[in-house]
Structures are given as structure tokens and as C-alpha cells.
Design a binder for this molecule. Structure first.
Ligand code: AMP
Length: 212
């Protein structure tokens, strides 16, 4: 969990590099559907571009269908749930062991989002200030071009942060009351990460450790 631009994508990538967990990003699933240019994709694109959440029933259906396809594997969800209704739907189907919350000030996030570049097919994220690609504009692994997301404009970012406050912050309370929420505060992903890693090393059973 964490506001848009709090480093969920980067931290998730590091978690799946160090631990044996499958990574599922709701944003990437949606963008994949948008790229496929289906009817559903068009509806999703208009929500995403306006900085609005896509409807709970659509989002939950997409995520649950992917989770079912993962069989017995353990997974890491990134960007889902973002509303209490989504959290309840997830709870009905699975039990959530741990919720990691990245608590990053909104001021830092606004600066960060406008300098963010993404490799769409993989979801790899770069930041031109503190995590630049080796070759400007190109993905380190594939050499393919990076793009700036349409929803990273200043007005859309403000709208996304507002919707985070009203719809997603209550989800933190939901998980806090269940005793599974672990919050990590800071302004730099590189400083937050060692604490997340140390926490997961303590928390996760040994079968999930040592993926790197
Ligand atoms: P992200 O890449 O996680 O920042 O997601 C990009 C956009 O996808 C968000 O601004 C929303 O429009 C949409 N989105 C991602 N996850 C969800 C979710 N769990 N529920 C509803 N909309 C979502």
C-alpha cells in the first residue's frame, strides 16, 4: 500500500528479486488491458487518464482471476486493494498475511511522479533524478523505449492523491484493525527499502527467502 508514486513498483520489484513471491500489479494489469484495445480497455483508459479509480467490481474480477491462475504460489499484490470494498472482496477469497504501507509525504510524491518513466511491457520504473536508466530513454534490460504515463501530469496527480486520501486511506485502518499493517515512513525508496527487507526476512517463512 502507499500513495501513487510512493515507490510501490520499485519496492515490489526488489521484494520479488530477494524473496520467492509472484508479483501482481493492478496498474500493470489495467495498462495491459488498455494496450489490448478491447472495449473494457477503453473504459479503463478513460478512468486511468482522468486519475480516477476503475470500478471495484471490474478491478476485483481482474485481480481474482489472475490470483486463481497462480495456484498454490505465494504472491505480492501491488496497488490492490485500493478501497475497503476491494479489501473485503479479497478477504472473502484469501487471507492476507502482511500489508506493507509506504508512507511518503505528498510533497515528495508530486515532485517524483513528474520525473517518472516506465517500460510498459515489464512495468519497470525509472526516475530521471535518482534511478535513471543506463541509456537515457531506454529500458536497461530490453533496450526498448521508455514512456511517461499520461496520468503523471500535475493536475491528474493532484486528483489521484485526493482519491487516495478519501478512498484508500480507510483501507489502512481496515488492515491496522486486523493487526497486519506494517508502515515504513521516509522520502527515499533507497532508505526505506533496507527496513522493508529486514522486516520481511524476519516475517516470511524460510521457503520465501533467498530468491536473488
Ligand atoms: P498505478 O500504476 O498503481 O498507480 O495505477 C494506475 C491507475 O490504475 C490508477 O490511478 C487507477 O486509475 C487504476 N488502478 C490501479 N489499481 C487500482 C485499484 N486497485 N482499483 C481501482 N483502480 C486502480
Amino acid at each position: 500500500m502507499g500513495p501513487p508514486g510512493s515507490g510501490k513498483g520499485t519496492v515490489s520489484a526488489r521484494i520479488t528479486k530477494s524473496f520467492v513471491l509472484k508479483h501482481l500489479s493492478s496498474g500493470d494489469i489495467l495498462r495491459c488491458n488498455v494496450n489490448a484495445q478491447t472495449e473494457l480497455g477503453l473504459l479503463l483508459k478513460s478512468c486511468i487518464d482522468q486519475g480516477q479509480l476503475v470500478p471495484d467490481d471490474v478491478m476485483s474480477r481482474l485481480i481474482l482471476s489472475d490470483l486463481r491462475g497462480m495456484g498454490q504460489s505465494s504472491w505480492l499484490l501491488d496497488g490492490f486493494p485500493r478501497t475497503v470494498s476491494q479489501a473485503e472482496t479479497l478477504d472473502d477469497a484469501y487471507s492476507v498475511d502482511t500489508v506493507i504501507n509506504l508512507n511518503v509525504p505528498f510533497q515528495t510524491i508530486k515532485q517524483r511522479l513528474t520525473s517518472r518513466w516506465t517500460h510498459l511491457p515489464s512495468g519497470r520504473v525509472y526516475n530521471i533524478d535518482f534511478n535513471p536508466p543506463k541509456v537515457p530513454g531506454l529500458d536497461d534490460v530490453t533496450g526498448e523505449p521508455l514512456v511517461q504515463r499520461d496520468d503523471d501530469t500535475p493536475e491528474t496527480v493532484t486528483r489521484r492523491l485526493k482519491s487516495y486520501e478519501t478512498l484508500t486511506e480507510p483501507v489502512l485502518e481496515y488492515y491496522r484493525s486486523k493487526g497486519v499493517l506494517e508502515t515504513f515512513s521516509g522520502t527515499e525508496t533507497n532508505k526505506i527499502w533496507p527496513h522493508v527487507e529486514e522486516f520481511l526476512n524476519r516475517k516470511l517463512p524460510s521457503v520465501h527467502r533467498g530468491a536473488a
